[in-house]
Design a protein around this ligand. Structure first.
Ligand code: NDP
Length: 510
């Protein structure tokens, strides 16, 4: 039965908040003045006490009435209770999606599907501040990132794929593209709304219907998206949203009515999902972890590189699958670059995600904070040298200081394992060949960065790098037109761009 969680919770229908606190620079730092608090007003968001599942175009409670609490990681207060789907609910959602595919959505010409996608994109833009504030409250990411990156990019994916919906014959010349059917989509907590958009927009553009399971720590923007689907008059059952634990995710993956599975998350769960799909004819795309090398040559514009390195690893608290978590720096400039990085680190502002000046917000969950803490301790124990700027962390909430490790060996856990936190490991190299060897010396292969003045060197390095995305003289740039995906244990399949459509169509020669 449903029992409202008794944990401390945020007031519902919040009014504009006072200054959260002065998340400031600590003592002894270079800048002698302090930013005034600039908290984003929260009253744009009307939190419900309890959220349901979204099945067949309606909000429904879980079949057994079960719920779970979702928590604001910056305050540790409960934001809301959310219905916890059961296998029975998953069955209902898959059936609703199948019905919508065979009746309404499946029979619509591409230009009609496009109209819905355009409408969703426009509504997302209209409600962008609501999405951004809610995303920051539920995930802990800084408002300037949810406002300027997550939400605009999510809307851009709908705009982009809306454009393809009536042009599939040009995307696949000489072949007819048929939808696969019902797509089961499981997404993580680091970019909740953006990952939803990466998954739902191409699936719908190609004529599929969807059952999506958001991560348990961040279900709220997916449920707000359900509201957008209703506002856009999307036919019932085309999109279904079923929050619930991992086990429910697995019952979705293994449901017989599912034709395609798309997963973003850890390599460990990716393996389980691949096993769950093995022996069936379901399509599968996996976007898993990463341990990207950000490589800086001695001819690189260093100040620009410093910004790229900082953005590469401290963006979204480093909870980014393609984060530049290994810095490979040419030996001759290592000292200078590390000094510059330490200087820059001392100006990073850690604190309230809803403060517009915050650079690094809260870690998504207590479990993730514990994982980061453990891995950082392993770095110290294995002999790497730790540097953290002096900065005051808020008393409550899951916060972690931006961290930089020097004297890192390739064998250290902090150089091999995905930390998924604001932790940079610095290694050095002498020659381009050594850089290539070290960069590729990882089980992962999602992304990489190269900083150099020479175009020919960029092209040479790109051709040797076993990484799905390689950024040159920049990092963490995303665009809906550009495909994204990995090699090796980072998974397979591509999302974004025209390539992203392949995962959702069956092609027939004309
Ligand atoms: P998971 O891979 O467990 O979570 C991703 C999604 O999969 C969530 O929706 C989760 O649900 C769901 N899930 C969990 N177990 C199963 C299962 N057996 N079958 C189907 N779906 C399942 O990531 P974690 O949240 O546990 O994070 C652990 C680590 O994974 C991080 O520290 C990080 O290193 C890595 N990670 C990588 C991501 C990436 O984008 N590459 C994203 C997130 C994490 P639920 O939330 O209910 O558990």
């Amino acid at each position: 039965m449903h029992a409202m969680s008794t944990e401390p919770r945020v007031p519902i229908a919040t009014s504009a908040q006072g200054a959260a606190s002065s998340w400031g620079l600590g003592d002894g730092q270079a800048i002698p003045w302090e930013y005034a608090p600039a908290p984003e007003a929260r009253d744009i968001v009307t939190l419900k006490e309890r959220y349901g599942l979204f099945i067949g175009g309606r909000e429904v409670q879980a079949s057994d009435g079960g719920t779970f609490a979702t928590v604001d990681p910056a305050t540790e207060l409960v934001l809301a209770d959310v219905a916890k789907a059961t296998p029975e609910d998953i069955d209902k959602a898959v059936r609703a999606a199948r019905r919508a595919g065979s009746r309404s959505w499946g029979n619509l010409p591409g230009r009609e599907r496009a109209k819905y996608l355009f409408r969703i994109a426009r509504i997302m833009q209209e409600r962008s501040r609501e999405f951004a504030v809610l995303e920051s409250m539920d995930s802990g990411k800084p408002i300037k990132e949810s406002r300027d990156v997550d939400v605009p990019l999510a809307a851009a994916h709908f705009w982009y794929y809306a454009g393809w919906a009536d042009k599939l014959e040009y995307a696949f010349p000489g072949r007819t593209a048929h939808p696969l059917g019902v797509a089961a989509q499981i997404i993580p907590w680091n970019f909740p709304l953006l990952m939803l958009a990466w998954k739902i927009a191409p699936a719908l553009a190609a004529g599929n219907t969807v059952v999506l399971k958001p991560a348990s720590t961040t279900p709220l923007t997916a449920l707000l998206f359900a509201d957008v689907c209703q506002q856009a008059d999307l036919p019932p059952g085309v999109v279904n949203i079923v929050p619930g634990p991992g086990a429910v995710g697995m019952s979705l993956v293994t449901h017989k009515g599912v034709d395609k599975v798309a997963f973003t998350g850890s390599t460990e769960i990716g393996r389980l999902i691949a096993k769950g799909v093995a022996g069936t004819d379901k399509g599968l795309t996996l976007e898993l972890g990463g341990k990207a090398a950000n490589i800086v040559f001695d001819d690189a514009p260093l100040d620009q590189a410093v910004e790229g390195i900082i953005n590469g690893i401290y963006f979204n608290q480093g909870e980014v699958c393609c984060a530049g978590s290994r810095l490979l720096v040419q030996e001759s400039i290592a000292e200078t670059l590390i000094d510059k990085l330490k200087d820059r680190l001392s100006t990073i502002r850690v604190g309230d995600p809803l403060d517009k000046n915050t650079d690094v917000g809260a870690i998504n969950s207590r479990a993730q904070l514990e994982k980061i803490t453990k891995l950082v301790q392993s770095g110290v124990d294995e002999g790497a040298e730790l540097y953290q700027p002096a900065c005051d962390l808020p008393e409550r909430g899951y916060f972690f200081r931006p961290t930089l490790f020097t004297n890192v060996a390739q064998s250290h856990r902090i150089a091999r394992e995905e930390i998924f936190g604001p932790v940079l490991s610095v290694l050095t190299f002498r020659t381009p060949d050594e850089a290539i060897e070290k960069a590729n010396n990882t089980a992962y292969g999602l992304s990489a960065g190269i900083w150099t003045d020479k175009g020919s060197r960029i092209l040479h390095m790109v051709s040797k790098m076993r990484a799905g995305v390689v950024w040159a003289n920049t990092f963490n740039r995303f665009d809906p037109t550009s495909p994204f995906g990995g090699y090796k244990e980072s998974g397979f399949g591509r999302e974004g761009g025209m390539h992203g459509l392949y995962a959702y169509v069956r092609l027939e020669d004309r």
